[in-house]
Design a protein around this ligand. Structure first.
Ligand code: DSN
Length: 427
């Protein structure tokens, strides 16, 4: 099997058999497992070609038309195409496509808009935030002062699991943050950017949306746009947007755009990864096609079906459902002893890849956790629709219900392989 997967690695298998073998094995793993990690996806062969091209050879510090090295003409055109397509996709005036990742994009925005020690408001990691939103172990939490705003934790409330806007307003009026961050790594509900803006205006803060997870949904109108409400938007390009790994920063404000460009280069990066920028341009071109709109709608339909099926089987999902591509199972409601670590390990043995995740007010560490995060972007890329998603819900239930029994895992793994064979990847 691995040998067959090596067919596209003819040079590498000659020159470095060890790495070729591992890439081949990874290709097989991706082909034969169900990917439910909400932040992962499968790029198109076209994106893969761009990222694997000779563009990796060139240094292009600077921006189109203003480079520090010679020989950048082709790269100017590639980056200009990426910028133009990003602006069209998100309906904004300025795009910086050079950030190597979402974390770098957030860091650049902090560098552009804040001074060390400045206060900003965000959600904590355990409530669905991100490391770069003020975690004490990240530069954002070490060099700046995050003040957390909460969710509605009370499960009996109709808006359980949503943002607590009354509390957000109270926190912001008390602490007067210079910046409010919205946009999350695990949040299943539509983000009300207009409400965030009204709080930001009331306390004199800038508003930053990190749409890394929902970028594809935003680009297609399946989730409301952060524009015109947010001053700055950061994103990754590899989640629902289905591009290569990377980051991007968007704004409508000319002055902020200039500050952001300087913060990315020379502020916190050197030479841009031009092969990745070409991959971004290709992915943005794909996302501008009508088929991508259908794809994003199907991601959400699939997530709603998965959430409803699991809830019907008795599982507890934070916020009692989903409006987007992701959901968080609170396993404490299934069995107090069950951890996200244990369940994700059982599932991996069965060929189902999902990640353990803290749930709001989790007493377990991020290495153990009481939750399991599930997302539908990668399965939707494979072509899964409602019937296959219901099948997947049954497989998840079978593994969890069996307590990780070896027979159940083997039985589910057979079904996973058969599903994967019916819906092969494009390469
Ligand atoms: N690690 C990503 C995620 O899984 O959501 C966020 O950067």
């Amino acid at each position: 099997m691995v040998q067959a997967a090596l067919k596209n690695l003819s040079y590498l298998s000659e020159t470095d058999a060890e790495i070729a073998k591992l890439i081949g094995a990874e290709q097989q793993r991706q082909e034969n497992t169900l990917e439910l990690i909400a932040s992962e996806n499968h790029v198109s062969p076209a994106v893969l070609e761009a990222v694997g091209s000779c563009l990796t050879n060139k240094y292009c510090e600077g921006y189109p038309g203003k480079r520090y090295y010679s020989g950048c003409g082709n790269y100017d055109e590639i980056e200009a195409l990426a910028i133009g397509r990003a602006r069209k996709l998100f309906g904004c005036n300025y795009a910086n496509v050079q950030s190597h990742s979402g974390a770098n994009a957030n860091l650049a925005v902090f560098f552009a808009l804040l001074e060390p020690g400045d206060v900003f408001a965000s959600i904590e990691l355990s409530d669905g935030g991100h490391l770069t939103h003020g975690s004490p172990v990240n530069l954002s939490g070490k060099w700046f002062k995050p003040v957390p705003y909460p969710l509605i934790y009370d499960e009996s409330q109709p808006n359980y699991g949503h943002i607590d806007f009354d509390a957000l307003r109270r926190v912001c009026l008390e602490h007067r943050p210079k910046l409010i961050m919205c946009g999350y790594s695990v949040h299943s509900r539509i983000i009300d950017f207009a409400q965030f803006r009204s709080v930001a205006d009331e306390c004199g803060a800038l508003l930053l949306a990190d749409i890394a997870h929902i970028a594809g949904l935003v680009a297609t109108g399946v989730h409301p746009s952060p524009f015109p409400h947010c001053h700055v938007v950061t994103t990754t390009t590899h989640k629902t947007l289905r591009g290569p790994r990377g980051g991007m920063i968007l704004t409508n404000d000319e002055k902020l755009a200039t500050q952001i460009d300087k913060a990315v280069f020379p502020g916190n990066q050197g030479g841009p990864l031009m092969h990745a920028i070409a991959g971004k341009a290709v992915a943005f071109g794909e996302a501008l096609q009508p088929a991508f709109n259908e794809y994003c709608r199907q991601i959400v339909t699939n997530a709603i079906v998965l959430a409803e099926d699991l809830m019907a089987r008795g599982y507890h999902i934070v916020s009692n459902g989903t409006d987007n591509h992701v959901m968080l199972l609170d396993l404490r409601h299934t069995d107090q002893e069950l951890s996200g670590h244990t369940v994700s390990t059982w599932l991996e043995s069965a060929g189902i890849i999902a990640n353990k995740n803290t749930v709001p007010r989790d007493s377990r560490s991020p290495f153990v956790t009481s939750g399991l995060r599930l997302g539908t972007p990668a399965l939707t890329t494979r072509g899964f629709k409602e019937p296959q998603i219901r099948h997947v819900a049954g497989l998840l239930d079978r593994v969890i219900n069996s307590g990780g029994h070896v027979d159940a895992i083997a039985e589910v793994n057979d079904q996973v392989k058969s599903l994967c064979a019916q819906f092969p990847l494009a390469y």
